[in-house]
Ligand binder design. Structure first.
Ligand code: NAP
Length: 318
């Protein structure tokens, strides 16, 4: 029998959609992806999620959200959706572990993944000094010099975290103005372990088996320089995880799903929540809010489906 609703992704959007649809008695299935919790689970300190005045770690927040959804009957599967057929109804989802799910509605909460620099040495040295997760790998750089690439909230927040371990943290930014929020800028500027390298981009990452230096270029003068570091943490934004839906759903040039104000994609019964469509706010609390909105729309869709059948008369959102 087809599921009422299947949620793809286990970040704040997916977990909140699971909580709301579970409390609506819809017995949701959540397929979590390979890494439970999404990006927030890789964040060391979450200080701006309401209800936690002393902050909370990303993994703890994720675990609490999961427990809350489970309490009301949400089911979780640790698997990765590898193929979807949204042209038929019920929709069909197939997974890497060989499962095949039929489902009357879908919430796409697949989030986004870190953008790569795309320079020589990056792929070869990933896991050997190149990292996209300070929370996961910072510990290995005790007493060492590391670089953080980027000038946004992630770069500064994770750069500050790295000062707990590293001897020196260089923040390499392509401009001379940071994008990060003022409170993080102030903390980073006050921290004696943080040095800024302005107007510079990485040309390649050097290292024989492990990172030893970055070759940089000054964007205005073109002057090359070398920065000896043993770790490189890349925080230059994200790419939405929407490749699964290419050809079936509409997306913008960057791959963010197109939805209407009620989070409907162009296919009735398929909703998106979180960073798979949100290219503006990208906050855990916003994603959680989108998860609750999508869940409420799922409820309405399933009630209509029960009474009137699947809407074949056209798209809800074109
Ligand atoms: P972001 O805000 O998009 O910042 C990306 C940074 O990387 C920018 O400084 C950008 O430079 C730089 N960059 C982009 N492409 C680059 C390239 N090819 N080479 C070198 N530098 C490059 O991404 P984010 O910091 O990951 O943040 C994503 C979202 O999550 C934001 O909305 C942020 O507010 C939010 N966030 C919030 C918190 C918090 O509230 N504590 C923590 C983390 C993230 P330019 O500035 O020149 O464009």
């Amino acid at each position: 029998m087809a599921e009422n609703v299947t949620i793809i992704g286990s970040g704040p959007a997916g977990l909140t959609a699971a909580l709301y649809t579970a409390r609506a008695n819809l017995n949701p299935l959540l397929i979590s992806g390979n890494e439970f919790g999404g990006q927030i689970a890789l964040t060391n300190e979450v200080e701006n999620y309401p209800g936690f005045p002393d902050g909370i770690t990303g993994p703890e927040l994720t675990e609490l959200m999961k427990q809350q959804a489970e309490k009301f009957g949400a089911r979780f599967e640790s698997d990765h959706v590898s193929r979807v057929d949204l042209q038929t109804h019920p929709f069909v989802l197939e997974t890497e572990n060989g499962a095949r799910h039929e489902t009357n509605s879908v919430v796409i909460a697949t989030g986004a993944s870190p953008r790569r620099l795309g320079v020589p040495g990056e792929i070869e040295l990933t896991g050997r000094g190149v990292s996209y997760c300070a929370t996961c790998d910072g510990f290995f750089f005790r007493g060492k010099k590391v670089a953080v690439i980027g000038g946004g909230d992630s770069a500064l927040q994770e750069g500050l975290f790295l000062t707990r371990f590293a001897a020196q943290v260089y923040v390499v930014h392509r401009r001379n103005q940071l994008r990060a929020q003022p409170i993080l800028q102030a903390r980073a500027q006050e921290n004696p372990k943080i040095n800024f390298v302005w107007d510079s981009v990485v040309q390649d990452i050097q290292g024989d088996g492990a990172v030893s230096a970055l070759n940089l270029v000054h964007v205005r003068t073109g002057d090359p320089s070398q920065l000896p570091v043993e770790g490189v943490f890349v925080y230059i934004g994200h790419i939405p995880n929407t490749q699964l839906f290419v050809g079936q759903l509409d997306m913008d040039d960057e791959g963010y799903l197109k939805v209407n104000e009620r989070l409907h994609t162009k296919i009735p019964g398929v909703f998106a929540a979180g960073e798979a469509h949100d290219h503006i706010f990208k906050q855990a609390i916003v994603s959680a809010g989108f998860g609750s909105m999508a869940a409420m729309e799922v409820e309405k869709f399933l009630a209509d489906l029960e009474h009137s059948g699947y809407p074949t008369a056209g798209k809800i959102f074109a």
